[in-house]
Design a protein around this ligand. Structure first.
Ligand SMILES: Nc1ncnc2c1ncn2[C@@H]1O[C@H](COP(=O)(O)OP(=O)(O)OP(=O)(O)O)[C@@H](O)[C@H]1O
Ligand SMILES: [Mg+2]
Length: 357
Protein backbone atom coordinates (compact mmCIF):
# COMPACT_ATOMS: atom_id res chain seq x y z
CA UNK A 1 0.00 0.00 0.00
CA UNK A 2 1.21 3.50 -0.81
CA UNK A 3 -0.83 5.53 1.67
CA UNK A 4 -2.25 4.10 4.88
CA UNK A 5 -4.48 6.10 7.19
CA UNK A 6 -4.95 4.11 10.38
CA UNK A 7 -7.68 4.95 12.90
CA UNK A 8 -7.06 8.66 12.63
CA UNK A 9 -8.79 10.63 15.35
CA UNK A 10 -8.82 14.40 15.88
CA UNK A 11 -10.81 16.17 18.56
CA UNK A 12 -11.36 19.89 17.92
CA UNK A 13 -13.77 20.34 20.81
CA UNK A 14 -16.91 21.07 18.85
CA UNK A 15 -15.89 18.73 16.05
CA UNK A 16 -14.58 15.22 16.23
CA UNK A 17 -12.98 13.33 13.33
CA UNK A 18 -13.55 9.72 14.30
CA UNK A 19 -11.38 6.69 13.65
CA UNK A 20 -10.77 7.21 9.94
CA UNK A 21 -9.04 4.27 8.24
CA UNK A 22 -8.40 3.72 4.54
CA UNK A 23 -5.53 3.00 2.20
CA UNK A 24 -4.55 3.90 -1.35
CA UNK A 25 -2.31 2.28 -3.95
CA UNK A 26 0.21 4.38 -5.86
CA UNK A 27 -1.56 6.19 -8.71
CA UNK A 28 -5.00 5.97 -7.07
CA UNK A 29 -7.30 8.97 -7.42
CA UNK A 30 -9.49 9.33 -4.34
CA UNK A 31 -12.51 11.62 -4.38
CA UNK A 32 -13.74 12.70 -0.94
CA UNK A 33 -17.40 13.63 -0.89
CA UNK A 34 -19.86 14.47 1.87
CA UNK A 35 -22.08 17.24 3.21
CA UNK A 36 -20.73 20.63 4.21
CA UNK A 37 -19.13 20.63 7.67
CA UNK A 38 -18.61 16.85 7.69
CA UNK A 39 -14.82 17.06 8.19
CA UNK A 40 -13.42 16.70 4.66
CA UNK A 41 -11.05 19.67 4.93
CA UNK A 42 -9.97 18.70 8.46
CA UNK A 43 -9.08 15.22 7.17
CA UNK A 44 -7.05 16.70 4.30
CA UNK A 45 -5.31 19.14 6.64
CA UNK A 46 -4.40 16.34 9.00
CA UNK A 47 -2.78 14.40 6.13
CA UNK A 48 -0.71 17.50 5.25
CA UNK A 49 0.24 17.84 8.91
CA UNK A 50 -1.63 20.99 9.99
CA UNK A 51 -3.38 19.08 12.77
CA UNK A 52 -1.69 16.72 15.14
CA UNK A 53 -3.97 13.69 15.59
CA UNK A 54 -5.00 12.48 19.05
CA UNK A 55 -4.66 8.94 17.82
CA UNK A 56 -3.88 7.04 14.64
CA UNK A 57 -1.20 6.98 11.97
CA UNK A 58 -0.44 8.42 8.55
CA UNK A 59 1.94 6.18 6.63
CA UNK A 60 3.35 6.80 3.14
CA UNK A 61 5.45 4.09 1.49
CA UNK A 62 5.82 2.35 4.82
CA UNK A 63 7.17 5.50 6.53
CA UNK A 64 5.22 6.76 9.55
CA UNK A 65 4.72 10.51 8.95
CA UNK A 66 2.28 11.18 11.77
CA UNK A 67 4.73 13.34 13.74
CA UNK A 68 6.63 14.68 10.71
CA UNK A 69 6.63 18.43 9.90
CA UNK A 70 4.33 19.38 6.98
CA UNK A 71 7.19 20.60 4.75
CA UNK A 72 9.01 17.29 5.13
CA UNK A 73 6.06 15.14 4.01
CA UNK A 74 6.48 15.86 0.27
CA UNK A 75 2.76 16.42 -0.15
CA UNK A 76 1.47 18.96 -2.67
CA UNK A 77 -1.72 20.93 -2.14
CA UNK A 78 -4.09 22.98 -4.28
CA UNK A 79 -6.55 25.12 -2.34
CA UNK A 80 -10.00 26.28 -3.35
CA UNK A 81 -8.83 29.93 -3.50
CA UNK A 82 -5.43 28.82 -4.96
CA UNK A 83 -3.50 30.84 -2.31
CA UNK A 84 -1.04 32.29 -4.86
CA UNK A 85 1.55 34.80 -3.67
CA UNK A 86 0.19 38.13 -4.96
CA UNK A 87 3.48 40.06 -5.24
CA UNK A 88 5.28 37.32 -7.15
CA UNK A 89 5.05 36.70 -10.87
CA UNK A 90 3.59 33.45 -12.14
CA UNK A 91 7.15 32.23 -12.71
CA UNK A 92 8.15 32.92 -9.10
CA UNK A 93 4.94 31.39 -7.78
CA UNK A 94 5.63 28.15 -9.65
CA UNK A 95 9.35 28.16 -8.74
CA UNK A 96 8.73 28.96 -5.05
CA UNK A 97 8.70 25.45 -3.60
CA UNK A 98 11.25 24.13 -6.08
CA UNK A 99 13.88 26.65 -4.94
CA UNK A 100 13.79 25.12 -1.47
CA UNK A 101 14.78 21.69 -2.77
CA UNK A 102 17.09 22.40 -5.72
CA UNK A 103 19.34 25.22 -6.91
CA UNK A 104 19.94 24.33 -10.56
CA UNK A 105 17.71 23.61 -13.52
CA UNK A 106 14.87 25.67 -12.06
CA UNK A 107 14.18 27.73 -15.22
CA UNK A 108 13.93 24.64 -17.43
CA UNK A 109 11.62 22.87 -15.02
CA UNK A 110 9.30 25.84 -14.62
CA UNK A 111 9.16 26.34 -18.42
CA UNK A 112 8.36 22.69 -19.03
CA UNK A 113 5.67 22.59 -16.34
CA UNK A 114 4.13 25.86 -17.58
CA UNK A 115 4.10 24.54 -21.15
CA UNK A 116 2.39 21.30 -20.13
CA UNK A 117 -0.40 23.28 -18.41
CA UNK A 118 -0.61 25.89 -21.21
CA UNK A 119 0.44 28.85 -19.04
CA UNK A 120 3.91 29.47 -20.51
CA UNK A 121 2.72 32.78 -22.01
CA UNK A 122 1.76 34.05 -18.52
CA UNK A 123 5.03 33.57 -16.63
CA UNK A 124 5.79 37.33 -16.34
CA UNK A 125 2.32 38.25 -15.04
CA UNK A 126 1.10 38.74 -11.45
CA UNK A 127 -1.71 36.47 -10.16
CA UNK A 128 -4.34 39.22 -9.89
CA UNK A 129 -4.09 39.86 -13.64
CA UNK A 130 -5.07 36.24 -14.42
CA UNK A 131 -8.48 34.68 -14.99
CA UNK A 132 -9.75 32.11 -12.49
CA UNK A 133 -8.90 29.24 -14.81
CA UNK A 134 -5.37 30.56 -15.33
CA UNK A 135 -4.84 31.00 -11.58
CA UNK A 136 -6.07 27.46 -11.06
CA UNK A 137 -3.45 26.13 -13.50
CA UNK A 138 -0.70 28.15 -11.80
CA UNK A 139 -1.72 26.65 -8.45
CA UNK A 140 -1.61 23.17 -10.00
CA UNK A 141 1.80 23.86 -11.57
CA UNK A 142 3.16 25.10 -8.24
CA UNK A 143 1.93 21.95 -6.49
CA UNK A 144 3.16 19.50 -9.15
CA UNK A 145 6.60 21.00 -9.81
CA UNK A 146 8.09 19.63 -6.60
CA UNK A 147 7.00 16.13 -7.72
CA UNK A 148 4.89 15.48 -4.64
CA UNK A 149 4.32 11.85 -3.82
CA UNK A 150 0.77 12.78 -2.88
CA UNK A 151 -1.33 15.62 -4.30
CA UNK A 152 -4.17 16.98 -2.17
CA UNK A 153 -6.85 19.24 -3.59
CA UNK A 154 -9.67 20.97 -1.71
CA UNK A 155 -12.45 21.89 -4.19
CA UNK A 156 -9.90 23.10 -6.78
CA UNK A 157 -12.47 23.75 -9.52
CA UNK A 158 -15.31 25.29 -7.54
CA UNK A 159 -14.65 28.86 -8.75
CA UNK A 160 -14.53 27.89 -12.44
CA UNK A 161 -17.30 28.07 -15.04
CA UNK A 162 -18.49 24.82 -16.60
CA UNK A 163 -16.35 25.01 -19.73
CA UNK A 164 -13.17 25.96 -17.87
CA UNK A 165 -13.87 23.23 -15.33
CA UNK A 166 -14.05 20.61 -18.10
CA UNK A 167 -10.75 21.85 -19.53
CA UNK A 168 -9.14 21.92 -16.08
CA UNK A 169 -10.23 18.31 -15.47
CA UNK A 170 -8.66 17.16 -18.72
CA UNK A 171 -5.40 19.00 -18.02
CA UNK A 172 -5.25 17.64 -14.50
CA UNK A 173 -5.98 14.12 -15.70
CA UNK A 174 -3.15 14.32 -18.23
CA UNK A 175 -0.71 15.88 -15.75
CA UNK A 176 -1.22 13.25 -13.05
CA UNK A 177 -1.34 10.30 -15.47
CA UNK A 178 1.99 11.37 -16.96
CA UNK A 179 3.52 11.48 -13.48
CA UNK A 180 1.68 8.59 -11.82
CA UNK A 181 0.74 10.92 -8.94
CA UNK A 182 -1.55 9.68 -6.18
CA UNK A 183 -4.34 12.21 -5.58
CA UNK A 184 -6.91 13.02 -2.90
CA UNK A 185 -9.50 15.48 -4.18
CA UNK A 186 -12.37 16.96 -2.14
CA UNK A 187 -15.32 17.95 -4.27
CA UNK A 188 -18.98 18.95 -4.11
CA UNK A 189 -19.33 18.26 -7.83
CA UNK A 190 -19.97 14.57 -8.45
CA UNK A 191 -18.95 15.10 -12.08
CA UNK A 192 -15.38 15.55 -10.81
CA UNK A 193 -15.69 12.18 -9.12
CA UNK A 194 -17.11 10.45 -12.21
CA UNK A 195 -14.51 12.02 -14.50
CA UNK A 196 -11.38 11.60 -12.39
CA UNK A 197 -11.62 9.21 -9.47
CA UNK A 198 -11.16 5.48 -9.17
CA UNK A 199 -11.81 5.46 -5.40
CA UNK A 200 -14.42 7.32 -3.36
CA UNK A 201 -14.66 8.15 0.36
CA UNK A 202 -17.91 9.45 1.84
CA UNK A 203 -17.57 11.49 5.04
CA UNK A 204 -20.48 12.38 7.30
CA UNK A 205 -20.37 13.92 10.80
CA UNK A 206 -16.66 13.15 11.13
CA UNK A 207 -17.13 9.47 10.18
CA UNK A 208 -15.91 7.70 7.06
CA UNK A 209 -19.21 6.02 6.15
CA UNK A 210 -18.13 4.36 2.90
CA UNK A 211 -14.82 3.83 1.15
CA UNK A 212 -14.49 1.86 -2.05
CA UNK A 213 -14.15 1.89 -5.80
CA UNK A 214 -16.21 4.33 -7.86
CA UNK A 215 -18.32 1.35 -8.93
CA UNK A 216 -18.98 0.29 -5.31
CA UNK A 217 -19.96 3.67 -3.95
CA UNK A 218 -21.94 4.96 -6.95
CA UNK A 219 -23.65 1.67 -7.79
CA UNK A 220 -23.82 -0.08 -4.41
CA UNK A 221 -24.11 2.60 -1.71
CA UNK A 222 -23.82 1.34 1.86
CA UNK A 223 -26.68 3.43 3.25
CA UNK A 224 -29.82 5.24 2.18
CA UNK A 225 -28.06 8.52 2.97
CA UNK A 226 -25.21 7.69 0.53
CA UNK A 227 -27.71 6.48 -2.09
CA UNK A 228 -29.49 9.83 -1.94
CA UNK A 229 -26.18 11.72 -1.89
CA UNK A 230 -24.84 9.96 -5.01
CA UNK A 231 -28.29 9.96 -6.64
CA UNK A 232 -29.08 6.26 -7.00
CA UNK A 233 -32.51 4.55 -6.79
CA UNK A 234 -32.78 2.08 -3.91
CA UNK A 235 -35.69 -0.37 -3.92
CA UNK A 236 -36.62 -3.08 -1.40
CA UNK A 237 -36.95 -6.55 -2.82
CA UNK A 238 -36.99 -10.27 -2.16
CA UNK A 239 -35.11 -12.85 -4.21
CA UNK A 240 -37.66 -15.26 -5.67
CA UNK A 241 -35.56 -17.30 -8.11
CA UNK A 242 -31.93 -17.89 -9.10
CA UNK A 243 -31.10 -19.54 -12.41
CA UNK A 244 -28.04 -19.50 -14.68
CA UNK A 245 -26.27 -16.89 -12.57
CA UNK A 246 -29.28 -14.55 -12.76
CA UNK A 247 -31.56 -13.53 -9.92
CA UNK A 248 -35.22 -12.63 -10.06
CA UNK A 249 -36.36 -10.11 -7.50
CA UNK A 250 -39.85 -9.26 -6.38
CA UNK A 251 -40.00 -5.51 -5.79
CA UNK A 252 -43.40 -4.48 -4.41
CA UNK A 253 -45.30 -6.76 -6.79
CA UNK A 254 -43.21 -6.34 -9.94
CA UNK A 255 -40.39 -8.58 -11.00
CA UNK A 256 -36.86 -7.54 -11.93
CA UNK A 257 -34.06 -9.72 -13.19
CA UNK A 258 -30.42 -9.00 -12.32
CA UNK A 259 -27.02 -10.43 -13.28
CA UNK A 260 -26.06 -10.39 -9.59
CA UNK A 261 -26.31 -13.50 -7.42
CA UNK A 262 -28.19 -13.75 -4.13
CA UNK A 263 -29.90 -16.37 -1.95
CA UNK A 264 -33.50 -17.28 -2.75
CA UNK A 265 -35.83 -15.93 -0.06
CA UNK A 266 -33.45 -13.23 1.16
CA UNK A 267 -34.54 -9.64 1.52
CA UNK A 268 -32.25 -7.35 -0.45
CA UNK A 269 -31.85 -3.79 -1.61
CA UNK A 270 -31.77 -3.17 -5.33
CA UNK A 271 -29.78 -0.24 -6.70
CA UNK A 272 -30.40 1.26 -10.15
CA UNK A 273 -28.72 4.42 -11.42
CA UNK A 274 -31.17 6.92 -12.96
CA UNK A 275 -29.06 7.33 -16.09
CA UNK A 276 -29.22 3.57 -16.75
CA UNK A 277 -32.97 3.56 -17.43
CA UNK A 278 -34.56 4.34 -20.80
CA UNK A 279 -38.19 5.42 -21.04
CA UNK A 280 -40.60 4.59 -23.89
CA UNK A 281 -44.20 5.56 -24.57
CA UNK A 282 -44.95 2.20 -26.23
CA UNK A 283 -43.78 -1.19 -24.98
CA UNK A 284 -40.21 -1.59 -26.32
CA UNK A 285 -39.00 -4.81 -27.93
CA UNK A 286 -37.19 -6.60 -25.14
CA UNK A 287 -34.87 -9.57 -24.98
CA UNK A 288 -33.56 -11.85 -22.27
CA UNK A 289 -30.96 -9.30 -21.09
CA UNK A 290 -33.43 -6.48 -20.42
CA UNK A 291 -36.21 -5.71 -17.97
CA UNK A 292 -39.31 -3.87 -19.13
CA UNK A 293 -41.45 -2.23 -16.47
CA UNK A 294 -44.87 -0.71 -17.01
CA UNK A 295 -45.07 2.48 -14.92
CA UNK A 296 -46.84 5.81 -14.63
CA UNK A 297 -44.96 9.07 -15.10
CA UNK A 298 -45.99 10.96 -11.95
CA UNK A 299 -43.54 13.86 -11.90
CA UNK A 300 -41.11 15.71 -14.16
CA UNK A 301 -38.42 17.69 -12.32
CA UNK A 302 -36.42 20.22 -14.32
CA UNK A 303 -32.77 20.10 -13.20
CA UNK A 304 -31.44 22.63 -15.69
CA UNK A 305 -29.76 20.84 -18.56
CA UNK A 306 -31.41 17.52 -17.65
CA UNK A 307 -34.76 16.31 -16.31
CA UNK A 308 -35.53 13.76 -13.60
CA UNK A 309 -38.65 11.71 -14.28
CA UNK A 310 -40.42 10.04 -11.35
CA UNK A 311 -41.98 6.77 -12.48
CA UNK A 312 -44.40 4.94 -10.23
CA UNK A 313 -44.80 1.20 -10.34
CA UNK A 314 -47.07 -0.17 -7.63
CA UNK A 315 -45.94 1.75 -4.56
CA UNK A 316 -42.38 2.30 -5.74
CA UNK A 317 -40.96 5.48 -7.24
CA UNK A 318 -38.06 5.09 -9.67
CA UNK A 319 -36.13 8.16 -10.82
CA UNK A 320 -34.92 8.36 -14.41
CA UNK A 321 -32.51 10.92 -15.85
CA UNK A 322 -33.37 12.15 -19.35
CA UNK A 323 -32.50 15.01 -21.66
CA UNK A 324 -35.05 17.67 -22.64
CA UNK A 325 -34.80 16.28 -26.15
CA UNK A 326 -35.78 12.76 -25.11
CA UNK A 327 -38.88 14.09 -23.36
CA UNK A 328 -39.96 15.91 -26.52
CA UNK A 329 -39.17 13.10 -28.96
CA UNK A 330 -41.06 10.52 -26.89
CA UNK A 331 -43.93 12.98 -26.26
CA UNK A 332 -43.92 12.22 -22.54
CA UNK A 333 -46.38 13.97 -20.24
CA UNK A 334 -47.20 13.77 -16.57
CA UNK A 335 -49.81 11.04 -15.98
CA UNK A 336 -48.75 8.96 -19.03
CA UNK A 337 -48.26 5.22 -18.84
CA UNK A 338 -44.61 4.72 -19.80
CA UNK A 339 -42.29 1.74 -20.11
CA UNK A 340 -38.89 1.65 -18.43
CA UNK A 341 -36.18 -0.46 -20.02
CA UNK A 342 -33.36 -1.55 -17.70
CA UNK A 343 -30.53 -3.94 -18.55
CA UNK A 344 -30.08 -6.84 -16.15
CA UNK A 345 -26.46 -5.81 -15.65
CA UNK A 346 -27.60 -2.37 -14.45
CA UNK A 347 -29.67 -3.84 -11.62
CA UNK A 348 -27.29 -4.22 -8.68
CA UNK A 349 -28.22 -6.28 -5.64
CA UNK A 350 -26.96 -5.10 -2.25
CA UNK A 351 -27.24 -8.25 -0.13
CA UNK A 352 -26.37 -6.80 3.25
CA UNK A 353 -28.59 -4.57 5.32
CA UNK A 354 -27.89 -0.91 4.70
CA UNK A 355 -26.18 0.98 7.50
CA UNK A 356 -28.08 3.63 9.43
CA UNK A 357 -25.54 6.38 8.68
N1 LIG B 1 -10.12 25.11 14.11
C1 LIG B 1 -11.29 24.54 14.35
N2 LIG B 1 -11.74 24.35 15.60
C2 LIG B 1 -12.91 23.77 15.86
N3 LIG B 1 -13.76 23.33 14.90
C3 LIG B 1 -13.37 23.49 13.63
C4 LIG B 1 -12.12 24.09 13.27
N4 LIG B 1 -12.04 24.12 11.92
C5 LIG B 1 -13.17 23.55 11.47
N5 LIG B 1 -13.97 23.18 12.49
C6 LIG B 1 -15.29 22.54 12.40
O1 LIG B 1 -15.11 21.21 11.95
C7 LIG B 1 -16.20 20.83 11.14
C8 LIG B 1 -15.69 20.23 9.86
O2 LIG B 1 -15.07 21.26 9.09
P1 LIG B 1 -14.47 21.03 7.65
O3 LIG B 1 -13.91 22.32 7.22
O4 LIG B 1 -13.57 19.85 7.66
O5 LIG B 1 -15.80 20.66 6.82
P2 LIG B 1 -15.92 20.28 5.29
O6 LIG B 1 -16.45 18.88 5.23
O7 LIG B 1 -14.63 20.55 4.60
O8 LIG B 1 -17.07 21.27 4.80
P3 LIG B 1 -17.21 22.10 3.42
O9 LIG B 1 -17.77 21.12 2.44
O10 LIG B 1 -18.21 23.15 3.77
O11 LIG B 1 -15.88 22.64 3.05
C9 LIG B 1 -17.07 22.05 10.95
O12 LIG B 1 -18.18 21.94 11.79
C10 LIG B 1 -16.16 23.19 11.37
O13 LIG B 1 -16.92 24.23 11.95
MG1 LIG C 1 -14.03 22.00 3.24
Amino acid sequence: MFLEIEELQINLGEFYLQNISFSLEKGDYLSIIGPTGSGKTILLESIIGFWSPDKGKIIINGEDLTQELPERRRIGIVYQDYALLPHFTVFKNIAYGLKKIQKQGIDEKVMAMAASLHIDHLLHRKPDTLSGGEQQRVALARALIVEPRLLLMDEPFSALDLQTRHEARQLLKQAIQDRGTTVIHITHDLEDTWALANKVAVIKDGHLIQFGSLEEVFHRPASQFIATFVGVNILNGEIIRCTDGKSNINVNGFELSSCDQACVGSNVKVAIRPENIIVFKDPPASDATQNVLKTTLVQIVNQGNTLMLHLKSWETIIKVLVTHNALGIHRLRKGDVVYALIRQSDIRIIPVQLQNM
